[in-house]
Design a binder for this molecule. Structure first.
Ligand code: GLN
Length: 537
């Protein structure tokens, strides 16, 4: 197949309808039919990337192998498709403007007035086609962030309009995701908001080819007919997306509704074989029929907002299925916890995870949590900041360095067991300057880490500024903390563990970013297994 086909996904009526999940589910079905498919997301905000955003603003910042700090929807794309994404898969308005302004400064526009149309739209269009032109994909799905009608979305909608015109019939289509609300007082589902949102799209010159309607109740035949007539789409192109108990059900629900077949028809592509979802359904089967159940404490400071730890929560779903175990995540705010109350908050847990994070707030609670897990032999996993806290706890309570700390929290500590690398010391620009993306790690033989991975050389993704201070390596190892994973190029410590504990491991990287349905992450799988064993002891 020569011509890459493009699918644009827009959203109407409200935000948070789950465009990312619909895009990922459609991509999954197309992939399962044998089409090489990728998904990209265009976000209409001015930040160059979400790396500088507080998790409360925008949920977790997802990191790709190439070190891009991206929207959390890219995590869904990878978890569903099991294909890595990259910087090209996530573009923001800030990034678009930055590159246009840089070109202007270099004089590349030859004295022309630089304008939203055509300069910004040309930049958007060229980025929309970047992955398509790589030759690696038959189908590129582009999710447009925000809601149709937003001021910020206008240049994207105009770019989609132009691109559809340039690509020609059957090479590009638009799927519009809307809400069909249920009015309890009237006992009715309402189509008017959808009609208006389709009309708004029309005002920008775009006709929706397919409507995906989020709904709490089944859409009747009459209602589908009405939506089709008033929104100018074929009845078979009115797709119901009913609330599901898990996002992992959505590909099957879309299959039943025929989203993939109607899409292929509109794109003039053959259906090929019926989708191969064998592995996917085996995962679902295990996820829905657990034989065991464990309670795992997630100790962090952004626990009020579930999206802040999205990839961690999803990694537990994958690992739970792999162990045929229902994993209940008990969110615990690290600010509410100290040595005295640790027992109250943490008793009865079968495993404890100390989460990644930045800054001082809630930090002592995390250190006390580590201590509780270590002293009570509860399976423990520390991720990034969680690993750093494990090192601090060990230095304080085993080595007796009472003021041991990270220089992020206390830059005058006499025992900076976690500190900034030399390269990081003079950095003034906060965006995109952390240690980011995939780095090599060598695991020492016969360690827990080595046993978990069944390998000695791994690659994992990072996102942090501070590091284990090598000056303390000898002291800490002599006292029983093993540095079991080392970066072979820099010598930096990436994994620590404690020998005489059933399962205690801290990793400087973020294993959660690499867990997918097809490849549950070994660290999470082993952690859940350890929790089951702890519970049954
Ligand atoms: N704040 C720590 C650092 O920058 C940890 C970051 C994280 O947990 N992602 O090193």
């Amino acid at each position: 197949m020569n011509q890459t086909k493009y699918i644009f996904v827009t959203g109407g009526v409200t935000s948070s309808l789950g465009k990312g999940i619909i895009a990922a589910s459609l991509a999954k079905l197309l992939q399962a039919r044998g089409y090489r498919t990728t998904i990209q997301k265009f976000d209409p905000y001015i930040n160059v990337d979400p790396g500088t955003l507080n998790p409360y603003e925008h949920g977790e910042c997802y990191v790709t192998d190439d070190g891009a700090e991206t929207d959390l929807d890219l995590g869904h794309y990878e978890r569903f498709l099991n294909v890595p994404t990259s910087q090209a898969n996530n573009v923001t308005t800030g990034r678009v403007y930055l590159s246009v302004i840089e070109k202007e400064r270099r004089g590349e526009f030859l004295g022309k007035t630089v304008q939203v149309v055509p300069h910004i739209t040309n930049e958007i269009k060229s980025r929309m086609q970047l992955l398509g032109q790589s030759g690696n994909f038959d189908i590129v799905i582009t999710e447009i962030g925000g809601t149709v009608g937003d001021i910020e979305s206008l240049p994207y909608i105009e770019s989609v309009r132009q691109l559809l015109w340039e690509l020609g019939d059957e090479n590009g289509i638009v799927i519009h995701l809307t809400l069909v609300p249920y009015l309890a007082a009237a006992g009715e589902l309402k189509t008017k908001p959808t009609q208006h949102s389709v009309k708004t799209l029309m005002e920008s010159g775009i006709k929706a080819d397919i409507l995906v309607c989020r709904t709490e109740h089944e859409l009747s035949d009459d209602l589908r007919q009405k939506l089709a007539l008033f929104c100018n789409v074929k009845k078979e192109a009115v797709i119901q997306s009913i609330d599901a108990s898990t996002i992992y059900d959505v590909p099957n629900l879309m299959l039943e509704e025929g989203l993939d077949t109607v899409t292929l028809k509109k794109l003039g592509l053959p259906e090929k074989n019926s989708p191969d979802l064998k592995q996917w359904n085996e995962f679902l089967q295990k996820h829905k029929n657990p034989k065991h159940e464990v309670n795992i404490g997630l100790v962090g400071k952004y626990v009020e907002l579930q999206d802040s730890y999205k990839s961690i929560l999803e990694a537990f779903i994958h690992a739970g299925a792999a162990n045929e175990t229902k994993v209940n995540i008990i969110s615990i705010h690290s600010e509410h916890l100290d040595v005295k109350t640790a027992e109250k908050h943490l008793k009865g847990l079968d495993g404890i995870l100390v989460a990644p994070g930045f800054g001082n707030r809630g930090i002592e609670g995390k250190i006390d949590t580590v201590r509780f897990a270590r002293e009570n032999n509860i399976p423990f996993l520390g991720i990034c900041l969680g690993m750093q806290m494990a090192v601090i706890e060990f230095a304080r309570n085993i080595l007796g360095y009472a003021d041991a700390n990270s220089t992020e929290m206390n830059d005058s500590t006499l025992h900076p067991v976690i500190n900034l690398m030399e390269e990081q010391k003079n950095i003034k620009n906060m965006g995109g300057t952390m240690r980011l993306g995939a780095w090599k790690c060598h695991l020492k033989e016969n360690t827990l880490a080595n046993q978990i991975y069944g390998a000695t050389d791994i690659m994992e993704r990072h996102r942090h500024r501070y590091e284990f201070n090598g000056k303390y390596l000898q002291d800490l190892e002599n006292a029983g903390l093993t540095a079991s994973g080392i970066n072979p190029d820099t010598g930096l410590v990436e994994v620590v563990e404690i020998k005489n504990h059933p399962f205690f491991i801290g990793v400087q990287y973020h294993p959660e970013y690499k867990s997918t349905v097809a490849n549950p992450h070994p660290l999470f799988v082993s952690f859940v297994k350890a929790a089951v064993e702890y519970k049954n002891k």
